[in-house]
Design a protein around this ligand. Sequence first.
Ligand code: NAP
Length: 317
Amino acid sequence: MVKTSNSDLYDIIIIGSGPAGCSAGIYARRAKLRTLLIERFAPGGKLLNYERVENYPGFPEPIAAFELAKRFNDHVDAFGVERLSAEVQQLDVSGPVKRVITSEATLETKTIIIASGAAPKTLGVSGEREFEGRGVSYCAVCDAPFFRDQDVAVVGGGDTAVEEAMYLTRFANRVYLIHRRDKLRAAQDLQDRLLNNDKVDVIWNTVVQEIHGGEAGVEGLKLYNKKDDREFNLSVQGIFVFVGFSPNTHFVPAAIGTDEKGFVITNENMETSVMGVYAAGDVRSKNLRQIVTATSDGAIAAVSAHRYIDENSRLWS
Ligand code: NAP
């Protein structure tokens, strides 16, 4: 429920505490701006769903993803960024004083940085919703231990699917990676490691048509091989879906331009179509979604917001 207005005016409100939001917070506080970071769940964003990170500069030994998320957030706290745990419901960006309407309060700010990330996409097949939490999962790190010595399927051919499939081999008996084409999208070294793993079978040119099961959960999948025009069943107790992400933009008003998939469009300064509103990280329309590009976006967004505040001080006097 929306409470009454907080009269304090923030310089920057950052939505999201993943790598982009944290980086923005650090840069904003270095510029001595009054900064609030809003997070709806645990601090860390999507990083909390991964096991380890091996491509963030400075960590030649892979670092646990939750540890990197913690370090980002400790860094934010060390710089004195204010925090609020709340769900952002709506933005009013029509004037120089912008309003962020959350489940806890309505807040006022000169600028907003949208760093709300993206959520896993679903397959949209029969049985997916019914068996979510009972064999259907979108997070291997969260759920892999439940499938010790069982057979599981992973759907997708990108970095996430391949990394998570390899993680699952530590627990599962067999891991079937089901991909709709005959070529993976994942980075080549990830592909090499996957294809050399004895516990993994890749099922090419195939899509999931149905997930079926019983009282205890998932029992199998109905699959369709597009190349051979053939339907067949696969017996598994779990299915992990990694078919990309949709942006977390339910609160973003139409005035802020998005691309055809709903990702927020910015220029190279992270400016959106509305002055004083910026986007950073996975929520942004861009080609390369990595921790390193998210932290870069966050820094650029905070510097751009600082410049806008400096150049437009008359708006709030
Ligand atoms: P992604 O790169 O968009 O890949 C999604 C995969 O799912 C693709 O292989 C796609 O097939 C498949 N797919 C999409 N819709 C499908 C459907 N309805 N049914 C079956 N398959 C479907 O997503 P991601 O792997 O989650 O990666 C997202 C971003 O994060 C990427 O930029 C990635 O590089 C980055 N990332 C990086 C790392 C890392 O560097 N360590 C780790 C994880 C993620 P097609 O190939 O046929 O399109």
